[in-house]
Design a protein around this ligand. Structure first.
Ligand SMILES: Nc1ncnc2c1ncn2[C@@H]1O[C@H](COP(=O)(O)OP(=O)(O)OP(=O)(O)O)[C@@H](O)[C@H]1O
Length: 854
């Protein structure tokens, strides 16, 4: 037919037109297909409409404020953790819209994306934004369908389900052609996205032991969920899972394509949030300034949920500006009072407010604690009645309606949850603090560690026992609570017992009970720290005694901080005898820095504090200042620090006698901070090591540094690799070091250094009498430059290692080096790999002198 059309088309007359029309008529499109396509589009439209309605409001704003997600959503910091096997690889940040790109994948075969973040860091909100962007047809349109799941809600499904019923029943039913649509989903998995919020709240632990591959057969909800994650079901469909870090187990990681960390708000994020929250710009500016005046509060605001509370309670905050919130507990006490005040009529006297609400506090507290120990976070109306909660208690603001479960639930009753899980933890802690039936053993359980041993966490619905029965049960069951929630409750408990809240709690219980509980909690924290110290291995010969802190160390420190007792802080670390504290990859943000500084400043000996690969940032750096006196060294690699933050640290370090070393590899430093390092080198006569690798320092910054180097006779290690200091900068550094009598190690790797820089460095080698290790890999060095080094080596008697790998050196250069080595017995190794020599040439030369390393 095509041939014939082509023949006829030459004439383009009536015949051709007739024939073409005839063919088109016969081609036709199968009517069924058209139908199926439009059913799919109708279903997509329905799904999008459900999704954009469900994602319009945030639960924290639902009902009380007229703020939509659209109005308030602020981008959080998303980071792909760096590849731990490649030390040069930077931790990279990511935009929300780039979630599904392949960058940073650790397992190309997997199709599950994991977003992990601490409580309140904004995981659920981020997912809600993904849903909204898709539902309103703005982003992620490569997905035909998106199915949102909440793990909290999935935990409620007790009956057997199939993949089909899970998708359609739990999310949205197609109006017609269900089978065809389901078949389409199965045959085009790459066009489907499934999101699962809060894996940590799912009552079953992830396991890959049970396989289920049938999309139609029914089984338990956890089997379907886990097999979806593994790709046994709907391989190639994208799955996006959020979780707190604690629930991310090694077995789960095997099935994760990439893990992304959500780090809360950046400094500008906090400001953007405030500007969105307070639509009046002048008001927003006032609050931003106000928050910045209290470093501890500022640190807390990096966690979005705290930022929200601070904004919501701004009036109370500004009225009481003498008593700034310092701790997480202070922030929650603030929101607690805020809701309490708003739950009563204006005429009611604020002074007897707590007492008038005592029974509500008790009932909400008991509900929260019962829920926590049985991993229940959603409560039916019946359960609220059983907990003796009155209508006005429910509407006080601490509980919000869970729209989705209330709609889907079989018993058609309304279901409620705490405003946020952290608010549930706060109430549980409050209950434990004010209830006289909570004794020592329950407190010990709250602070004790335990590992989940069984695969399944028993998920009991809170049952409402008498107070005595309750107390007996609580201490045993606290061990069943999810660890992050238990830890948060313990932190609140510690915070509530602090002096700061004595008068508040005093209105709800007796002082003597509080004192007893304070002592019990204090004992637990001291014991916890001691246990941690005892687990430190003895120092290896000639190495510093080092403590690699476990995550619970940070938690203990935070609890001590919440208690706001200097004496406790002092006692807790008085027996710690280490020289190095390693806290790498511990999710340390500004708030954790505040707590660390509060406690560690009481250490008896100066230590090396290693905080590499955390999220300290400029605000965190400022929080660390109080403990700088006890830092002999501070390691802050990869912590998103800029000139601003580091200038403050250096200004303080100038006056810290013990302070001798700093490592800042992979931050955001520029020439804007080099003058302060120059000052440090100039003034601090015992300063030993400055490592500024992989930042943005140029020749001008290097010249500034050189000014300080010239006057330093203590510096031993200087690392500038991975910057852009080029020849001019290299010349300045080299000149400054010609007469230096302390430097042992200098790294200028990867700085685009060519001939003139090399010449100056060679002259420096000739004159310097201390340098042992010079690293010049990955520059632009040629044979001519090597000749200068060779000449210098003939006169130098200290250099042991010269690293020239990955330059442009050929045979001629190596011959110069060979000549020089005949006259130099100090050099032990010259690194030459990655230059312009063949394998056989390299073998030949290293046979001539084994110190040439290829
Ligand atoms: N990106 C954001 N923009 C604006 N507000 C946010 C953002 N992220 C979080 N919030 C505020 O913080 C509150 C808590 O956030 P969210 O529930 O998303 O945290 P989460 O990480 O899921 O916490 P959890 O692990 O405890 O469930 C939100 O209800 C909202 O008020």
């Amino acid at each position: 037919k095509a041939r014939r059309i082509l023949d006829l088309i030459k004439s383009k007359g009536e015949d051709a037109a007739h024939y073409l029309l005839q063919c088109v008529e016969h081609l036709g499109t199968p009517p069924a297909k058209v139908h199926e396509d439009s059913a799919r589009l109708r279903y997509q439209k329905k799904l999008k409409s459900v999704m954009s309605t469900q994602s319009r409001l945030l639960s924290t704003y639902d009902g009380t404020e007229n703020i939509t997600l659209e109005d308030i959503y602020t981008n959080g910091v998303l980071e792909i953790p760096k590849n731990t096997t490649d030390s040069s690889c930077k931790q990279s940040s990511l935009e929300l819209t780039d979630l599904f790109t392949c960058d940073g994948a650790t397992n190309e075969d997997a199709d599950t994306l994991l977003i992990s973040g601490e409580a309140g860091s904004g995981k659920s909100t981020l997912l809600q934004q993904v849903h909204r962007l898709w539902g309103t047809s703005r982003v992620f349109q490569n997905f035909m369908f998106v199915f949102p799941f909440s793990c909290r809600r999935l935990s409620f499904i007790e009956k057997q389900v199939s993949l089909k019923s899970l998708l359609f029943e739990q999310c949205c039913w197609p109006d017609d052609q269900q089978e065809e649509i389901f078949q389409f989903i199965l045959h085009h998995p790459e066009e489907t996205l499934l999101t699962f919020d809060g894996l940590d709240e799912f009552k079953f632990r992830f396991t890959d032991l049970e396989r289920h591959c049938s999309p139609t057969n029914s089984t338990s909800v956890q089997k379907i969920f886990f097999n979806l994650i593994q790709g046994n079901l709907m391989k190639n469909a994208r799955k996006l899972v959020t979780s707190r870090p604690d629930a991310v187990t090694p077995v789960l990681k095997k099935y994760v394509q990439k893990e992304i960390s959500l780090k809360g708000f950046s400094q500008t994020g906090i400001e953007t949030f405030m500007k969105k929250y307070f639509r009046d710009p002048a008001m927003a500016e006032r609050i931003i300034l106000f928050v910045k005046t209290s470093p501890a509060l500022h640190g807390l605001c990096h966690v979005p949920v705290y930022c929200w509370i601070v904004s919501k309670c701004h009036r109370e905050l500004m009225q009481n500006s003498i008593n700034f919130p310092q701790t997480m507990t202070d922030v929650y006490v603030l929101i607690f009072h805020h809701f309490l005040l708003h739950s009563v009529s204006n005429r009611q006297c604020a002074t007897d407010l707590l007492q008038s609400k005592a029974s509500m506090i008790q009932h909400l507290g008991k509900l929260a604690l019962d829920g926590l120990v049985s991993c229940s976070y959603v409560f039916s109306e019946r359960q609220l009645n059983e907990a003796n909660l009155q209508k006005e208690d429910i509407s006080a603001g601490f509980l919000v309606l869970n729209q989705s479960i209330s709609q889907k639930s079989d018993d058609l009753s309304k279901h409620y949850e705490f405003l946020h899980i952290t608010v549930q933890c706060f109430f549980a802690a409050l209950y434990m603090a004010v209830n006289s039936n909570i004794g020592q053993s329950a407190i010990y359980s709250l602070f004790k560690y335990r590992k989940k041993t069984s695969l399944v966490i028993t998920c009991m619905k809170p049952c409402f026992l008498s107070t005595e029965e309750h107390e007996g049960r609580i201490d045993k069951q606290l061990q069943n609570a999810e660890r992050p929630n238990q830890e948060m409750t313990a932190s609140f408990f510690a915070g509530l017992l602090s002096q700061r809240h004595k008068s508040f709690l005093g209105e709800l219980c007796q002082d003597k009970d509080l004192i007893k509980k304070y002592e019990d909690a204090k004992k637990c924290l001291e014991n916890g720290m001691q246990k941690h110290f005892h687990s430190i291995p003895t120092a290896v010969l000639e190495e510093k005694k080092s403590m690699h802190a476990m995550p619970e160390f940070v938690w203990l420190i935070k609890c001590i901080y919440e208690m706001q007792s200097e004496k406790l802080a002092k006692d807790a670390v008085s027996k710690l005898e280490v020289e190095h504290i390693k806290l790498t990859y511990c999710d340390i943000g500004p708030a954790e820095c505040t707590a660390l500084a509060y406690v560690l400043q009481h250490l008896r000996n100066a230590v090396g504090l290693q905080l590499d690969y955390n999220s300290v940032g400029d605000v965190g750096v400022e929080q660390l200042l109080p403990c700088l006196d006890v830092c002999q060294a501070i390691y802050l690699r990869n912590n998103n620090i800029s000139d601003d933050g580091i200038s403050k640290l250096v200004a303080k370090a100038l006056h810290c006698q013990n302070f001798q070393k700093i490592a800042l590899f992979n931050n955001r430093l520029t020439d804007g901070c080099t003058h302060c390092f120059a000052d440090l080198l100039r003034t601090k006569k015992n300063f030993l090591a400055l490592r500024l690798g992989n930042n943005h320092i140029t020749a001008a910054g290097a010249e500034e540094l050189a000014g300080g180097l010239k006057e330093s006779n203590s510096i031993q290690f200087l690392g500038l690799w991975g910057n852009s200091i080029e020849d001019r900068g290299a010349c300045a550094i080299a000149e400054a070091l010609q007469n230096n009598k302390s430097l042992i190690w200098l790294s200028l790797v990867g700085n685009n250094i060519g001939s003139s820089g090399a010449q100056a460095l060679a002259l420096m080698i000739e004159m310097n009498r201390t340098l042992e290790d010079l690293c010049l890999e990955e520059n632009r060095l040629k044979d001519q430059d090597v000749w200068y080094f060779a000449e210098a080596l003939k006169k130098n008697s200290t250099l042991k290692v010269l690293k020239l790998a990955n330059n442009k050196i050929t045979k001629q250069g190596i011959q110069c080096l060979l000549e020089a080595l005949k006259q130099n017995s100090t050099i032990t190794s010259i690194w030459l790999r990655g230059n312009e020599l063949t394998v056989s040439e390299a073998e030949e030369y290293s046979a001539m002198d084994t110190r040439l390393t290829f």
